[in-house]
Design a protein around this ligand. Structure first.
Ligand code: C2E
Ligand code: MG
Ligand code: MG
Length: 660
């Protein structure tokens, strides 16, 4: 071999393209190493290759079937003289890699366009350079509108700057971010999407592009919350179900425990629901249940949870219960409400009744399940007792609550039937011993029980608001009576009427007083209103205003039961008061109890510095009266002179003392 030939050989062995020489039949006459590598064969020489022998000038692509897998090669050939015979030299270039990546891109492009996920690609400066069809489908932004913009064009405003900062920090650090994000469509609609962002980096590690792929998951979210709703609600009434109730109770228990509050769980069962179902069919039954659900929710406050346990059982969780009676009242309202006749859409009138079992937190149970259990037990008892009633888990509570309920019904009837009476207790001038007025005190003349004292019913009346009707009645009655006494020529009297806190704060008391005075013709300066400290302290600013307006009418104002409540004399300066009534409890132990005597003496002295007249309540003995007189007390009332008596008897007392 000449040196030139040896060099040529070396060149042929070094180049990465394959070089072959084949004869006219395709037998290999020469091969370099690269050709053997491309065809993946060790000994090509002398073998016949399945390739076109004279592919021509223009490159031709062929498939390579190799042990290591499929490949592609590009061939170019030229005729050549080889050992005196006609042959072909063929250049072989392995184009497998390029082919693969070309196809990949084609496929990728197809995927890019056809995928249902929105895709956007940006340059390194985050300017959008490409979007796919789904991007437009989801966001409604066309290519023309999106290209060149920043992805922030989609921002919903629901995420703060910190959210985006963390997102980009993650992309910078890991090259990737994925999460749920709220974006905004072109029409302004905000929607949730599942977004994944990747940074594309070149060989040197520089970011060249960012690619974002996102799926609109608003549909998914909707079904998710729908599923969640279904799991926690009753499909018929859409009320919370047992599962949700339990979690609400648990939450309420936590709060009640923290705030030291009371809760009540009412379990309601419809009596005779089964009859409706059986006689009018399930559709009617369903309608009835829906009606009941509606009625119940209209009765409750926002903080109460009404739920349906299934069948004809409902529960009510009452928050903010101050006393057992509060729960009893709601139960009673529910029973009354559900007991009213109702019309179904099939024109059928039906009447059902309801039984209610009540358990209280913390008295009857500390856990949701316990409370539910006890309410259920109580419900069972209510049904056993004859249905259409409520029962507490504890028998004593049930008894007292039912008695109060009963009292309420009777009292209401008593007011309507005119069974209330006004009694008058003389108020006496300590120095002269003369009756200068009277306190009007309510009595209830019950046909069966006889005369019922106010302590039996005033608190129920206060709770139910019936006190307003009672208070208005006795005010009117007293003024009418007072006017009559004036007309009868009796000496001028001051008549005192008690005003309850409810009446004072929740009825427009000054209007009622003004009207009553006008209607009856009783002079304002002869009327005295007795208020308790609790009424004044509850809403102090409002109280001052009401008192000022009352005072402007000309009526006198007295503070009743002084010493049993807040008892701040300095505080009383804020109110335009005329009389201070020392509570009977300070008078009782005179002259045996030094402390009480000192307190009474102090109250008298201090009240005088505030220019208030002082009246001692419940004076029963001469010793008490003597002591009070020594202290300079102005007035008193008590059994020493007379208990409260009907008007005609009071009149006799007046006439008996004679004079004018
Ligand atoms: P009060 O306004 O402090 O009335 C004084 C109470 O003490 C009256 O009881 C009276 O009978 C009683 N009392 C008077 N002197 C003596 C005595 O020497 N010894 C004893 N042991 N008791 C005496 P009553 O009439 O039973 O009224 C009780 C409370 O009921 C009243 O206390 C008042 O808070 C309320 N009340 C009575 N009538 C009305 C009313 O028309 N409206 C309102 N809102 N409350 C009323
Ligand atoms: Mg009084
Ligand atoms: Mg009193």
């Amino acid at each position: 071999m000449t040196a030139a030939l040896a060099n040529l050989n070396l060149i042929l062995e070094t180049i990465t393209d394959g070089i072959l020489v084949v004869d006219r039949l395709g037998f290999v006459l020469y091969t370099n190493q690269s050709a053997e590598r491309i065809f993946d064969q060790d000994a090509l020489l002398g073998t016949k290759l399945a390739i076109p022998v004279s592919p021509g000038e223009t490159p031709q692509e062929i498939n390579l079937v190799r042990r290591s897998g499929l490949g592609w090669a590009e061939l170019r050939s030229a005729p050549i003289e080889w050992d005196d015979q006609r042959a072909y030299v063929i250049g072989v270039r392995d184009i497998t890699e390029r082919k693969l990546s070309d196809d990949y891109l084609l496929q990728a492009a197809a995927v890019f366009e056809s995928t249902r996920e929105g895709v956007l690609m940006t340059d390194a400066h985050k300017r959008i350079i490409r979007i796919n069809r789904a991007f437009t489908d989801i966001t409604s932004y066309t290519e023309a509108e999106a290209i060149g913009q920043l992805p922030s064009m989609l921002r919903s405003g629901r995420h703060d700057a910190k959210f985006y900062a963390e997102m980009w920090a993650s992309i910078l650090e890991t090259g990737h971010w994925q999460g749920e994000i709220w974006n905004r469509r072109k029409n302004g609609e905000v929607y949730p999407e599942l977004l994944s962002i990747s940074a594309v980096v070149d060989k040197s590690g520089e970011v060249t592009n960012y690619v974002g792929v996102f799926a609109d998951i608003s549909q998914l979210k909707a079904t998710e919350s729908q599923l969640d709703f279904l799991a926690h609600h009753d499909p018929l009434t859409h009320l919370p179900n047992r599962l949700l109730l339990l979690s609400r109770v648990e939450h309420a228990v936590e709060i009640a425990l923290r705030d030291g509050k009371m809760l009540a769980l009412l379990m309601i069962d419809l009596d005779r629901f089964k009859d409706v179902n059986d006689s009018f069919g399930h559709l009617a039954g369903d309608e009835l249940l829906q009606q009941v659900a509606k009625q119940l929710s209209s009765r409750l406050r926002g903080i109460d949870t009404l739920s349906r346990m299934g069948g004809d059982e409902f529960t009510v969780l009452l928050g903010n219960v101050v006393q057992p009676q509060d729960a009893a009242r709601v139960a009673n309202d529910i029973i009354t409400m559900l007991g009213e006749p109702r019309l179904l859409s099939n024109g059928q009138e039906v009447r059902i009744s309801a039984s209610v079992g009540i358990s209280l937190f913390p008295d009857h149970g500390m856990t949701p399940l316990e409370l539910l259990q006890q309410a259920d037990t109580a419900l069972y008892q209510a049904k056993a007792d004859g249905r259409g009633r409520f029962t507490f888990f504890s028998e004593a509570l049930t008894r007292s609550a039912r008695a109060r309920m009963d009292l309420e019904v009777r009292l209401r009837r008593a007011i309507e039937k005119g069974e209330l009476r006004a009694f008058y207790q003389p108020q006496v001038d300590v120095d002269t011993g003369r009756i200068i007025g009277a306190e009007a005190l309510i009595r209830w003349q019950d046909p069966d029980e006889g005369l019922i004292p106010p302590l039996r019913f005033i608190s129920v009346a206060e709770e139910t608001g019936l006190i307003t009707a009672i208070g208005n009645w006795i005010l009117k009655e007293t003024c009418v009576q007072g006017k009559r006494w004036i007309e009868a020529g009796l000496p001028p009297l001051t008549l005192a009427v008690n005003v309850s806190p409810h009446q004072f704060l929740r009825s427009n008391i000054e209007e009622i007083v003004a009207e009553t005075l006008a209607e009856t013709g009783f002079p304002a300066n002869r009327l005295e209103l007795e208020l308790t400290e609790s009424a004044l302290m509850k809403r102090e600013d409002e109280a001052i205003q009401i008192l000022n307006r009352l005072h402007a009418l000309g009526v006198r104002l007295a503070i009743d039961d002084f010493g049993t409540g807040y008892s701040s004399l300095a505080y009383l300066k804020l109110f335009p008061l005329d009389v201070l009534k020392i509570d009977k409890s300070f008078i009782d132990d005179i002259p045996h109890h030094r402390d009480d005597m000192e307190i009474a003496a102090t109250i008298v002295a201090m009240a005088h510095t505030l220019h208030l007249k002082v009246l001692a309540e419940g004076v029963e003995t001469k010793a008490q009266l003597d002591f009070l007189q020594a202290q300079g007390c102005d007035l008193y009332q008590g059994y020493l002179t007379s208990p409260p008596v009907p008007a005609d008897q009071f009149e006799k007392l007046l006439r008996a003392q004679g004079g004018g």
